[in-house]
Design a protein around this ligand. Structure first.
Ligand code: CU
Length: 514
């Protein structure tokens, strides 16, 4: 049966960041020669058996030859930039030694992983100071998915991710294994981490010089840490694990010839059915696994992935090995719809403001404040509003820690066709209400925020405590901005007064201090 193919981005065009005064369009970096797309190595395990796996993950500084001339100074996880890809299997017990070899404190946040907050989750309450190692343990209780690890120390998340602290995390399970998807990592199953940077005259990323409270952007697309990348295709089909790892940029993706592709997974795992697109937009932190079928091309052809009109990644057809080119099944996985527990109020959330004025629920983030609660195991409806108006508005990608949700509606209408699977991040258009159902599996404190990294650092963030009513309420040790900023100042060898932190102005301008 012929399937439907969607040809638009769905999002309100008037909310695209191209309409914002501070928008920096992508351009092709003419200095950099074409280079093979870097494929992050699979992270070696310390130990693995049927039931458990153990990793040591080290955050460290490095440098990468990205452009001709000086190498670019970067940070990464067991890599010079970004990180080695970490693989978990559903049902495994995981132990991770988190090692910080950086000159300053960081945290290890497992974006999209269903683990308890506020410590294992690795948000702002779980700092690992320079030279320290901290251990976490958890069970993998979710289906196959493309997740990611990134730094999340408030209010320095944006700069640390910009320097390179982001890595892919894959969950595998028995169900995904049976589906006819390419899964030969690095050959026909490849991570595609989309970021953009500004290289200064010295080939460095100068975060402070390029600071913008609405999100730091650069004109050069850097994919898996590679400028002007190409990938040699040897199989008929490729599975791309797309991640918007940019601080602020949305990616409006399409191929040359408007080649169709199938999205098979959203943030939290495989979707109920494949959805066919020629154009797909990702907002910050969103993931999409897509399958691209190159069968109709000849060896020697090139197919280009674009964002808007700018080429990002060139696929060079080198061979056409058969790795399954039958149509995908119409049905992929069963995802039972979450049924809201009766008689519970809607969790109403408001994202407002732009620049320094960003707020969550009409407040700036306070690490010590619990902004709302939800009981463990119940399903509640969340209604997230973006109050920015159409004129000066922008999309705020809403993200919540502590699990995955199911989108119910956008302004009362059906979600987009690729929003029927698990999500942990959703782009909310200006003026729009997005409703979703959410159930937490672990008691704890979880952050929810805009995933434009400078917005979250700037205070567009809040936290929820998930309470187990059958147990006494635990006392969580919550960090505060002052403690973390004092540590940053000490590590940098400057006084608090002389320390530059981008987000500080966002609080000051609103008459607050951190
Ligand atoms: Cu935002």
């Amino acid at each position: 049966m012929a399937h439907q193919t969607y040809t638009d981005y769905f999002f309100d065009k008037s909310a695209f960041n191209t309409l914002d005064g501070g928008y920096i369009p992508l351009t092709v970096n003419q200095e950099a020669p074409a280079k093979p797309l870097a494929i992050p190595a699979l992270h070696p395990v310390d130990h693995e058996d049927e039931q458990s796996v153990e990793y040591t993950v080290t955050a460290r500084a490095g440098e990468v030859q990205m452009l001709p001339g000086k190498p670019t100074k970067t940070w990464g996880y067991d890599a010079n930039v970004l990180g080695q890809t970490i693989v978990f299997k559903e049902g495994q017990h995981v132990t991770i030694h988190l090692k910080n070899d950086l000159p300053e404190l960081t945290t290890f946040h497992w974006h999209g992983l269903n683990v308890p907050g506020p410590y294992v989750d690795g948000g702002c309450h779980a700092p690992v100071y320079p030279g320290e190692t901290k251990d976490i343990e958890f069970d993998v209780v979710q289906p196959a998915a493309t997740l990611w690890l990134h730094a999340h120390p408030c209010p320095e998340t944006a700069v640390q991710v910009y320097k390179g602290l982001a890595a892919m995390v894959l969950v595998q399970d028995k169900q995904e294994e049976k589906l006819p998807f390419p899964r030969h990592y690095g050959v026909d199953d490849i991570p595609v981490i989309l970021q953009d940077r500004h290289f200064n005259e010295d080939n460095q990323w100068d975060y402070q010089a390029d600071y913008d409270p609405d999100g730091v952007q650069g004109p050069t697309a850097v994919i898996n840490g590679t400028v002007n990348p190409y990938f040699d295709v040897t199989t008929r089909r490729l599975r791309l694990r797309l991640l918007d790892g940019a601080n602020r940029r949305e990616w409006r993706l399409h191929f040359s010839d408007d080649l169709e592709f199938a999205q098979i997974a959203s943030d939290g795992g495989i979707m109920p059915s494949p959805v066919y697109f020629t154009h797909l937009m990702l907002s910050c932190a969103e993931r999409a696994e897509v399958i691209v079928d190159f069968s109709k091309y000849e060896i020697g052809d090139q197919v280009v992935l674009y964002s808007d009109d700018v080429p990002l990644l060139t696929f060079r057809i080198k061979d056409k090995q058969d790795n399954g080119h039958d149509p995908l099944p119409e049905k992929l996985v069963d995802i039972p719809r979450l049924q809201p527990t009766p008689d519970l109020p809607v969790q109403e959330v408001v994202m407002s403001g732009m620049d320094e004025e960003v707020e969550m629920d009409w407040k700036k983030f306070d690490m010590q404040r619990i902004d709302r609660t939800q009981d463990l195991g119940v399903t509640q409806v969340w209604d997230v509003t973006n109050t920015n108006d159409m004129k000066g508005g922008m999309i705020h990608p809403f993200h919540i820690h502590g699990g995955q949700f199911q989108i119910i509606s956008r302004d009362g209408h059906d979600p987009y066709p690729n929003e029927y699977g698990w999500k942990d991040t959703v782009g909310v258009n200006p003026g729009e209400h997005v409703r979703f159902a959410m159930k937490f599996d672990f008691a704890g404190v979880y952050m929810y925020h805009c995933h434009i990294l400078e917005h979250e650092d700037g205070g567009m963030m809040a936290q929820i405590e998930v309470i187990d009513p059958s147990k006494p309420r635990p006392k969580y040790k919550l960090m505060d901005h002052h403690t973390l900023m004092t540590a940053f100042a000490k590590e940098r060898g400057v006084s608090m007064d002389d320390m530059w932190i981008g987000a500080m102005n966002s609080y000051k301008k609103m008459g607050m201090h951190m």
